[in-house]
Ligand binder design. Structure first.
Ligand code: C2E
Ligand code: MG
Ligand code: MG
Length: 722
C-alpha cells in the first residue's frame, strides 16, 4: 500500500494520477470478479462431476447387483471393464457385503494396495470433503430388493476439473486483460474530458502569472465541479483584472499628481528638473548646447486679484497653451509654480537662437487674452541661461535663468535678458547689500532728504516729499532706487517704511515748531505696507505723537501697488482718506496708465511721472496725451502734480494745462532737512530764487485727529489748528 502511495505521489501530472487510480480500481474489481468466478466454476465443476459420478455409480450398481448377489467377482470385473475406456474415471472399486473388494479398476494400478482398509478409509474421507477436492470420490450402495449387497466407490481423475479450471482461468485472464485494456482506453478517453479543462486552467494560470494579462479567461464547458471551478477561476481573474485596472489608474493618477501640474497639465518642477538633468547628461556626452528659459508673467497677480481666481486659473491655462504652441516637441515646457514657467531648449546652436525663441514667447504672450467675457493683457519677462556657459547643473541653470529674468523685469518688464557673469556679481553685491540693509536701521544709517513741491498758481511751497537716503559706511550715499526694491523683496520695507513715516512727521512737527509752516509732507508708501502693515494704526499713532493734523500728511502710492492688490489696498486707502490723509498716485504713466479706473480709486492727487513731461516736446501727440491726462484728472476733481520739472519750458507746459503743482530740480533737488530749512529761511528773506516764494500766506490745516495732544512748539510760531 505504501509503495502504491509513494508511486502515486511521485507522479507529477494529474492525468497520470487519475489514470493510475482508474487502472487500480479496474484491476481490483476485475481480479475480484475473476477469482469469484473461478471459485464458483470450481464448485460447479465439482458438482457436475459428482452428479456424473452418481449416475455412473447407479449404472454400475445396477450392473453388478446380480453378480454381487452371487459373489461372482469375475462378472463384476467384466462389468467394470466397460468403463476402462473412460479416461475421466481414475478408479472404480466394487465392495461386497463384507466390505471386501469384489472388483476394481484403476487407471494406473493393476492391484490394490496391501493395506486395503487404510486405502479405503482415505478414499471415503475424500468423499466426505465434497466440494473441496480436485478428484471427487463417490460411494454408492448396491442393493437389490432391499437387501444390501455391497457398494461402489468411484473416483474421478484429477485432470478433469484441473483442465476445466485451467481453461476457465485462461479465458478469464484473457477477458481480464481485454477488460483492463478496454478500461485503459476508456479511462484515457474520459479522463481527457476531466483533465482538459483542468489543464487549460493550469495553462491559463501560468500565462497570466507570466504575462500579467488578467483579461485571459478559460472555457467553462459543462457546469460540473470542474466547470464551476473554471467559472470561479474566471470570476477571480475578472476581479483581479478590475483591481489591476483600478491600481493602474491610481498609479497613473499618482504619477500625474507627482509629475504634472493639475491646472495646466504641464510637467511640474520635479519632472522638469528630472528631464533637464537627463538632457544635460546627453548634452555633455554629445557636446551640444542647451538653453533654459525662465518665464515670469509681469502682471498676473493683478489679474488674479482684480478678476478672481477662476479667471486667473483660466488665464494661466491660456498662457500655458500659448507657450506650448511655441515649444518644439523635443523641448520641455513646465509650470514651476504660480505664474512661473520654464522651457529648456535642446541642441541650441547659438545664444542668439535661444534669445530669439525667448523673444518669440514674449511676443506670443503679448496679444490680449479673451477669458470668458474679459479681455486681459499679460506681458512676460524671460531670463535665459545657456549650458555649459552659465552652469552645468539643472539647479544652477534654472537659478541663473531666474536671475536673468529679474534683470529683464528690472529693465522694464515684457523683456528678455541673458544671464551674464556680471549679473552673478551684481546678485552677490545685492546679497551683501541686503545683509547690510538689515543692520542699517539699527545703526541709524538712514536719513531723509526732502524735495519741495510748488503750487504753480500761488508760486508757494505746497509740500515736500520725503526721500530716503542710506549712508552706507563703505559705499557712501546709496540711492533708494538701489535698495528700496531689495527692502521690498526682503520685507525690510515694513520697518524702514514705518521709520520714514515717523521721521518725516517728526521733522514736519519740528519745522512747524521752528516757524517753517510747510503745509504738508508727502511720504512714499510701498505696496507691501498696505498689504501687511496696520498702516492706518501707524499713521494715526504718528500724527497724534507729533500733534499733526491728518491733512498735513500725504501718502504716495505707485500705480502698480493699487493694481497688485486691489481689494485690500483700496480698503486701507479709503480708511486713511476717511480720516483726512491725502492719497496720491505716484509715477502715473509708468505702469498701466489706465484713466478708466481713476474715478474708482480713493485718491486726491495724481502725480504724473517725469518721463511723460519730458516726452511732451518730442511730438504733438505726446503733448495731446499729456493734456488729456491732466484734463481728465481735473474733471475728476483730482489735484495734478507733475514730477521732473527741470527747466522753465517744463513749467510753462504745466501752467498751460493748469497743473496744480510741480516738483523737480528746477525748484530744488532733494535736500537734507537742515538744508531745506536753510533754503526756506533764505527764500523768506528774498535771497534766493524769486520763483520760490515763502508760504506764509498759505492756510494751515485744520483737521486734527480726535484726542490728539496739543502741539508743543516751544518758542516757534504755533500751529493754527481747529
Ligand atoms: P519718487 O517717489 O517718484 O521720487 C521722485 C524721484 O525723482 C526722486 O528720486 C527725486 O530725486 C527724483 N527727481 C525729482 N525731481 C527730479 C528732476 O527734475 N529730474 C530728475 N531726473 N529726477 C528728479 P530718488 O530720491 O532717487 O527716489 C527714487 C524713488 O525711490 C522714489 O521715486 C520713490 O519711489 C523711492 N523712494 C524714495 N524714498 C522712499 C521711501 O521712503 N519709501 C519708499 N517706499 N520709496 C521711496
Ligand atoms: Mg514719490
Ligand atoms: Mg514719482
Amino acid at each position: 500500500m505504501n509503495l502504491i502511495e509513494r508511486r502515486f505521489r511521485s507522479l507529477s501530472s494529474f492525468r497520470s494520477k487519475q489514470r493510475l487510480i482508474i487502472m487500480l480500481s479496474c484491476s481490483i474489481v476485475l481480479l475480484t470478479t475473476m477469482i469469484s468466478f473461478l471459485v464458483y466454476s470450481f464448485f460447479a465443476f465439482n458438482q457436475d462431476s459428482r452428479e456424473r459420478l452418481g449416475m455412473l455409480s447407479d449404472i454400475i450398481a445396477a450392473d453388478v447387483g446380480a453378480a454381487l448377489a452371487f459373489a461372482d467377482d469375475q462378472a463384476v470385473s467384466k462389468s467394470l471393464a466397460a468403463f476402462k475406456a473412460d479416461e475421466s474415471i481414475n478408479q472404480i472399486i466394487v465392495l461386497n457385503e463384507q466390505n471386501q473388494v469384489s472388483a476394481f479398476y484403476h487407471q494406473k494400478m493393476d492391484k490394490m494396495p496391501g493395506n486395503l482398509q487404510q486405502y479405503l478409509r482415505e478414499l471415503r474421507s475424500k468423499a466426505g470433503k465434497y466440494l473441496f477436492v480436485l478428484n471427487p470420490v463417490l460411494e454408492s450402495p448396491v442393493s437389490r430388493d432391499g437387501i444390501h449387497l455391497g457398494s461402489v466407490i468411484i473416483e474421478q481423475g484429477e485432470h478433469v476439473i484441473s483442465r476445466k479450471l485451467a481453461a476457465t482461468t485462461g479465458i478469464s485472464a484473457l477477458i481480464l486483460l481485454f477488460s483492463l485494456l478496454f478500461s485503459y482506453l476508456l479511462a484515457e478517453r474520459f479522463q481527457r474530458l476531466i483533465t482538459e479543462p483542468v489543464t487549460a486552467m493550469a495553462t491559463t494560470m501560468q500565462e497570466v502569472s507570466y504575462t500579467k494579462d488578467y483579461s485571459k479567461r478559460v472555457v467553462t464547458g459543462d457546469l460540473d465541479e470542474i466547470g464551476h471551478l473554471a467559472k470561479h477561476f474566471n470570476e477571480m481573474l475578472a476581479e483581479i483584472e478590475r483591481r489591476d485596472i483600478s491600481l493602474i489608474e491610481r498609479h497613473e493618477e499618482l504619477y500625474k499628481l507627482a509629475n504634472f501640474d493639475t491646472l495646466t497639465g504641464l510637467p511640474n518642477r520635479a519632472l522638469f528638473s528630472d528631464r533637464l538633468e537627463q538632457a544635460l547628461r546627453r548634452a555633455s556626452r554629445t557636446g551640444e548646447c542647451l538653453a533654459v528659459l525662465f518665464i515670469d508673467l509681469d502682471n498676473f497677480k493683478m489679474i488674479n486679484d482684480t478678476h478672481g481666481h477662476l479667471i486667473g486659473d483660466k488665464f494661466l491655462q491660456e498662457t500655458a497653451a500659448r507657450l506650448a504652441a511655441g515649444t518644439r516637441a523635443e523641448d520641455t515646457l513646465a509650470r514651476l509654480g504660480g505664474d512661473e514657467f520654464s522651457v529648456f531648449l535642446q541642441d541650441v546652436k547659438t545664444t542668439e537662437n535661444a534669445m530669439m525663441i525667448a523673444r518669440k514667447h514674449v511676443e506670443n504672450l503679448f496679444p490680449h487674452f479673451q477669458v470668458d467675457d474679459k479681455s486681459l493683457f499679460a506681458s512676460a519677462s524671460i531670463g535665459v541661461a545657456i549650458f555649459p556657459k552659465h552652469g552645468i547643473t539643472a539647479e544652477v541653470l534654472v537659478k541663473n535663468a531666474d536671475s536673468a529674468m529679474y534683470l529683464a523685469k528690472e529693465k522694464g518688464k515684457n523683456n528678455v535678458d541673458l544671464f551674464t557673469d556680471s549679473l552673478d556679481i551684481k546678485l552677490s553685491e545685492k546679497l551683501t547689500l541686503s545683509t547690510d540693509l538689515r543692520k542699517a536701521l539699527e545703526l541709524d544709517e538712514f536719513e531723509l532728504y526732502y524735495q519741495p513741491r510748488i503750487n504753480l498758481e500761488k508760486n508757494t511751497w505746497a509740500s515736500a516729499e520725503a526721500l530716503i537716503r542710506w549712508n552706507h559706511p563703505d559705499l557712501g550715499i546709496v540711492s533708494p532706487d538701489k535698495f528700496i526694491p531689495l527692502a521690498v523683496q526682503t520685507g525690510l520695507i515694513l520697518p524702514i517704511g514705518e521709520w520714514v513715516l515717523r521721521e518725516a512727521c517728526r521733522q514736519l512737527h519740528e519745522w512747524h515748531c521752528q516757524g517753517f509752516q510747510l503745509p504738508r509732507i508727502s511720504v512714499n508708501v510701498s505696496p507691501l505696507q498696505l498689504q501687511r502693515q496696520d498702516l492706518l494704526g501707524i499713521v494715526k499713532d504718528v500724527l497724534t505723537a507729533n500733534s499733526l493734523c491728518t491733512q498735513s500728511l500725504e501718502l504716495e502710492i505707485v500705480e502698480s501697488a493699487l493694481m497688485e492688490d486691489m481689494g485690500r489696498s483700496i480698503t486701507v486707502l479709503k480708511e486713511l482718506r476717511n480720516i483726512g490723509v491725502k492719497i496720491s498716485i505716484d509715477d502715473f504713466g509708468t505702469g498701466y496708465s489706465s484713466l478708466s479706473y481713476l474715478h474708482a480709486l480713493p485718491i486726491d492727487i495724481l502725480k504724473i511721472d517725469r518721463s511723460f513731461l519730458w516726452q511732451v516736446h518730442e511730438s504733438k501727440e505726446d503733448e495731446q496725451i499729456f493734456a488729456a491726462i491732466v484734463a481728465i484728472s481735473l474733471s475728476l476733481g483730482l489735484e495734478v502734480v507733475t514730477e521732473g520739472v527741470e527747466n522753465i519750458e517744463h513749467e510753462q507746459i504745466l501752467k498751460k494745462y493748469s497743473c496744480h503743482e510741480a516738483q523737480g530740480y528746477f525748484y530744488a533737488r532733494p535736500l537734507p532737512a537742515a538744508d531745506l530749512f536753510q533754503r526756506f529761511m533764505t527764500t523768506k528773506m528774498g535771497l534766493n530764487d524769486v520763483r520760490l516764494q515763502s508760504f506764509e500766506n498759505s492756510k494751515p490745516c485744520c483737521c486734527m485727529l480726535a484726542n490728539g495732544p496739543a502741539s508743543r512748539c516751544g518758542d516757534g510760531p504755533k500751529l493754527l489748528c481747529a
